[in-house]
Design a binder for this molecule. Structure first.
Ligand code: SF4
Length: 492
């Protein structure tokens, strides 16, 4: 067998992802039968290697994360036993374990079952290695199923279908927002008035008997509560500032520190309160600005009833410094300040409904309102105590605001138009969606352009861009070619 310590972790991940071992009978190191229902999704960020796995151990089906190592000792060598991000690990998978190796324990104190792979390999490691490399290459070369066959499909069929999917994607975004609006506007929701520890917070340390009953659905009048709409907008912007990696922590933070709460405290305390609740002012502090923020929270005598988040919930790994959550939290404080000073709801509605300006001019106005220049400490720091050589001029610039327009403002305005039966707002929002330019290409839209042979010269707008993402994620990747208008031509 190849020396275990020489095995690259990437190889072990592929062995787990492709399940390159005897899966018919697996047994944990603790002597329980193990059945892998779903190996989970590879995690490219910090934290466990695979997320949302499902594994039956003994008679119990577990859902959670999987961590993979060469040896059992690496768990403690990497200090995972002190890290709450590993509290959801349900299985520790290792290639090799010594007789005297110790057990695996989470930060919460829970014992984690271990699977030792070398006992279940069918072939020598060298050939498993070869197979894993082959499998990985296949994955990389994976083309969409109609690649090479869709040239014959008329261009209008492709573009009309993508356009339809762009509308469906917007409908989906709007429904997600509507669900949150229903929670915020519910008569049982006290979040906006009386902050208190909520069920579902991570980590949940409350008494299970104190979990509140489900909230009552809101009435038509409840759904018109202005504070609920403002909070919805503020939360959605916060989430968008988190990109994909910090979306969830930003959602938590904006629910912990609500917009009404930020509006009622002095401007100088907003950033301090957000950083405090985000968990960045908790530890022994050495940075003078961090200490100043902590002093601000104390001096302002801001009442805090909830438990702050843990700083480890924020992702910095594989992020460019200008996208670090610290810069985005400061930006959120500035945006909340603007929203408080110049009533955001009225401003957004009148801007989008203005008959005298084109969609591009409206987008320009939105960019001006929401752009956030870097100020003070954040002009030359990307996180606490870490200086940047080049400095920043903007914390939120044009391209991020364009993304926020497409992913937040447009579904928000569609929802508002539907709730208030405002036909004028609806048609203005539609023209914004179909006339503002598409953002720069990402991996998915580039793949669709290349493999579906889409020429963007005449048809590049926000709706088409969203349609390509919808097509790939909901049809191509799922193999639903028989339900796709292009597939109906290609695979007749
Ligand atoms: S879903 Fe449609 S576009 Fe995607 S691969 Fe299948 S036929 Fe092609």
């Amino acid at each position: 067998m190849a020396r275990t310590t020489m095995l690259p972790e990437k190889f072990l991940h592929e062995v787990w992802a492709q399940q390159l071992f005897r899966t018919s009978y697996l047994e944990s190191n603790e002597g329980h039968r193990v059945t892998v229902i779903d190996p989970g999704k590879p995690n490219s960020d910090t934290g466990p290697d695979f997320l949302d796995a499902r594994v039956q151990i003994g008679d119990t089906l577990y859902a959670g994360d999987v961590e993979i190592h060469r040896t059992l000792e690496e768990w403690t060598a990497h200090l995972h036993q002190q890290d709450p991000r590993y509290n959801k690990v349900i299985l520790h998978v290792v290639m090799h374990a010594n007789e005297e190796s110790s057990e695996t324990t989470a930060e919460s104190g829970r014992k984690i079952p271990t699977l030792i792979l070398e006992k279940f390999l069918i072939e020598p490691v060298r050939s498993v290695w070869r197979k894993s490399i082959h499998g990985e290459r296949e994955k990389r070369l994976n083309r969409i199923p109609c690649y090479g066959k869709n040239k014959s499909v008329d261009y209008p069929i492709k573009i009309n279908w993508i356009n339809t999917l762009g509308s469906r994607r917007m409908e989906l975004k709007m429904r997600i927002m509507r669900n949150r609006l229903h929670e915020l506007a519910s008569p049982d929701n006290f979040d906006l008035r009386e902050p208190a520890a909520r069920y579902g917070e991570f980590p949940f340390r409350g008494n299970i008997d104190e979990v509140p009953p489900p909230v009552r659905p809101p009435s038509t009048d409840d759904l018109r509560r202005k504070d609920a709409w403002e909070q919805l907008l503020y939360e959605s912007i916060a989430e968008a500032l988190g990109y994909s990696k910090n979306q969830f922590p930003f959602r938590r933070l904006s629910a912990l520190v609500t917009f009404p709460r930020l509006r009622e405290i002095p401007e100088s305390a907003r950033e301090a309160l957000l950083f405090h609740m985000a968990g960045f002012l908790d530890a022994d502090l050495e940075d003078s600005y961090q200490m100043q923020l902590r002093e601000t929270v104390r001096n302002q005598k801001i009442k805090i009833k909830q438990t702050p988040m843990n700083a480890t919930e924020w992702q910095f790994f594989r992020l460019r410094p200008q996208n670090f959550p610290t810069l985005r939290i400061s930006a959120l404080a500035s945006i909340a300040g603007k929203m408080a000073e110049r009533p955001v709801l009225e401003w957004l509605l009148s801007t989008v409904k203005n008959p005298g300006s084109s969609p591009r001019e409206k987008l320009k106005n939105i960019r001006e309102y929401f752009s956030v220049p870097a100020k003070g400490y954040w002009m030359n720091h990307y996180t606490f105590g870490k200086k940047t050589a080049r400095g920043f001029s903007l914390l939120v610039g044009k391209s991020r605001i364009d993304e926020i327009t497409i992913n937040v403002f447009i579904p928000f305005l569609f929802l508002y138009a539907r709730t208030y039966r405002d036909i004028g707002l609806r048609s203005n929002t539609e023209s914004l969606y179909t006339k503002i330019p598409a953002p720069s290409k990402n991996a998915v839209t580039r793949k669709i352009d290349d493999e579906l042979i889409i020429d963007n010269k005449h048809t590049s707008n926000a709706q088409i861009y969203q349609g390509k993402i919808q097509l790939y994620k909901f049809y191509c990747r799922e193999g639903r070619c028989d339900e796709c208008e292009i597939g109906k031509v290609v695979f007749v």
